[in-house]
Design a protein around this ligand. Sequence first.
Ligand code: GA4
Length: 320
Amino acid sequence: MVVLSKPSPLDDHYASIKTCKPRISVFKGIPSINLRDPKAKTLIIQACQEFGFFKLLNHGVPMETIARLEAEALSFFNLPRSVKDKAGPPNPFGYGTKGIGPNGDVGWIEYLLINTDQNPEISRSAVKDYVMEVKAVAYEVVELMAEGLGIERRDVWSKMLREEESDWCLRLNHYPISQDLQALSGRKMIGFGEHTDPQIISLLKSNNTSGLQICLKDGTWVSVPPDHTSFFVTVGDALQVMTNGRLKSVRHRVMTNSLKPRISMIYFGGPPLSETIRPLPSLMAKGEESLYNEFTWREYKASAYKSRLGDYRLGLFEKA
Ligand code: GA4
């Protein structure tokens, strides 16, 4: 006899969520980069060319700031569903459960999308302090990227992220355990389906629960060992375009865990909506042509919100 565990707020949705064979290896090769290493800029470029992804150590964000926001997120997700629903639907900001984006994608997840410290759900100061710290790390990382690529203006990307109108958001995710369904199917559930992040850069912080997977260049999916003391840095589509494909936006996804809930907090750093996204002229070799037709960040976002999560969004902007 199969005994189902206590119903979770997401139970009514399980039937429509995809599952995946659990035979995915834990990958030991994720580059780990110390932000204070004098070689950091070179290591970051190598990591972003090969994986579009790396682990950042010694980032300097106080653990108390991280723990405080994580505790706030947990208390929010522990509220009764009827209370959380008042903070939704996420169009595009607010509380969401199961549904991701406006075009029918689903995952074993509940989340809160925030882009101001004025949100009523989570302590203002916890969000403000966290965002301030994580943005400072993002600025530093993109400056190291610019230096590593030999770009004269090291602030070329940090300037975009720093602007008052920069288009950033913070995502708090809760992936509940999925024991009952795994017992039934013997398979892991998709928490958040495969996709690339549209922005310039994303900084992800999670608790010590596994689930994040990235797709390597050869198409293999590998599990990223969790590390709650570090950030994971992801190259977004806009950075891929601005480097004319030198840095790769990485496809990634999250599978649920049968033993522990996963909590993640991700800062997505985008440029102002009016920014034109095109390869930096100073990066282009003699005679090198842009791989993409230029577009504004506003246009790319609009197109992203018309797409399904797993779509190859840059395809629409590639030159024929
Ligand atoms: C992926 C990265 C971020 O989580 C996000 C997501 C957004 C959403 O959840 O509303 C999108 C997705 C993300 C890309 C395509 C569109 C928009 C869901 C979706 C189907 C907040 C973002 O900026 O783009």
